[in-house]
Design a protein around this ligand. Structure first.
Ligand code: ADP
Length: 264
C-alpha cells in the first residue's frame, strides 16, 4: 500500500472500550505464550470477545497453542483473522511459508505491528492480548508508541534470577508511562504426583519479588495476580492446540488461570 497513510488503530481511540494487555517477560521459556493463550481461551469461554496479537515476531507460537489452522483472508482492504476456541488470532507465522525464520529489523517490526492493529478486522473486542517477545526490545517500544494505553502484564517464574530480568521488562513502563496491571508467576510449583505436596522446582517468591520491586520503582501498587502451577496437561494443551482451561477446567492450573482472567 505504498504511499498511503497508515490506517487508524481502533484501540488507540480515546473512546475505545477494548482493554489492551501487553504480556511481557524478561526472558523466554517462562510460559508467557502459554499464559496468554489460556487467559484468552478462559475469557472467551466466559463470553468475552477476545483477540490475540502474536507480537512475538521471532518466536511466534500462539497459533499452534490455540489450534489455529485457518489462514487470514482479505476482504476489501481488511485482513480477517482466523478464529479458534472463540478467540481471534493474528500472528506473523500466518504470513510466512512453512517454518521460515523471520529476519526483520526494528522498523519492519513496527510496521507489522501497526498492520496487525490497524489493518486486521477485529470487530468490537472486550479484550486484546498481545504476546510480546521476551525482553525490552523494539516491539515493546512500538507497543508503547502505538498503544500508550495498553497495560502490561509481566510473566515470571518463581526463580530469583528470572525475577530480576522480569523486573527490568516491567520497569520500562516507567519510561513509556504505561500501567503495569500485575505480575503472573508461572511454573510456581509442581504438585507431587504421589502425595500432592507442592515441589518448588524453580524455587519460590519470584512473582512477589517482581510485584514488590515494580511497586517501589513505579510508585503505584502492582499486584501479584496469581501463581500457576506446573502441569503436564498445560504443556500438552499447548502442543495439541486445546488450552488446559478448556480441556480440564477443574485442574488447579486452570482454576488459577481463570481467577487471573477474572481480574483483567
Ligand atoms: P514463553 O512464551 O515465555 O517463551 P512458553 O509459553 O512457550 O514460554 O512455554 C515454554 C514451555 O514451557 C512450553 O513447552 C510450555 O508448554 C511449557 N509450559 C509453560 N508453562 C507451563 C506450566 N505451567 N506447566 C507445564 N508446562 C508449562
Amino acid at each position: 500500500r505504498g504511499g498511503q497513510a497508515p490506517k487508524e488503530i481502533p484501540f488507540a481511540k480515546p473512546n475505545s472500550l477494548t482493554k489492551v494487555y501487553a504480556v511481557a517477560s524478561g526472558k523466554g521459556g517462562v510460559g508467557k505464550s502459554s499464559v496468554t493463550v489460556n487467559l484468552a481461551a478462559a475469557m472467551a469461554a466466559q463470553g468475552r470477545k477476545v483477540g490475540v496479537v502474536d507480537a512475538d515476531i521471532y518466536g511466534h507460537s500462539v497459533p499452534r497453542m490455540l489450534g489455529v489452522t485457518g489462514r487470514p483472508t482479505q476482504v476489501q482492504q481488511m485482513i480477517m483473522p482466523p478464529n479458534s476456541h472463540g478467540v481471534k488470532v493474528i500472528s506473523i507465522g500466518m504470513f510466512t511459508e512453512g517454518n521460515a525464520p523471520v529476519v526483520w529489523r526494528g522498523p519492519m517490526l513496527h510496521r507489522a505491528l501497526q498492520q496487525f492493529l490497524a489493518d486486521v478486522y477485529w470487530g468490537d473486542l472486550d479484550v486484546l492480548l498481545m504476546d510480546l517477545p521476551p525482553g525490552t526490545g523494539d516491539i515493546a517500544i512500538s507497543v508503547a508508541q502505538l498503544l500508550p494505553s495498553a497495560e502490561i502484564l509481566v510473566v515470571t517464574t518463581p526463580q530469583q534470577a528470572a525475577a530480576e530480568v522480569a523486573e527490568r521488562a516491567g520497569a520500562i513502563s516507567a519510561q513509556t508511562h504505561q500501567t503495569v496491571a500485575g505480575v503472573i508467576e508461572n511454573m510456581s510449583y509442581l504438585p507431587c504426583p504421589h502425595c500432592g505436596e507442592p515441589v518448588d522446582v524453580f524455587g519460590s517468591g519470584g512473582g512477589q519479588t517482581v510485584a514488590d520491586a515494580l511497586t517501589r520503582t513505579l510508585g503505584t501498587s502492582v499486584p501479584l495476580l496469581g501463581q500457576v502451577p506446573i502441569d503436564v496437561r498445560l504443556r500438552e494443551g499447548g502442543d495439541s492446540g486445546l488450552p488446559i482451561v478448556l480441556d480440564d477446567p477443574d485442574a488447579p492450573a486452570s482454576k488459577e488461570l481463570r481467577s487471573i482472567a477474572d481480574k483483567l
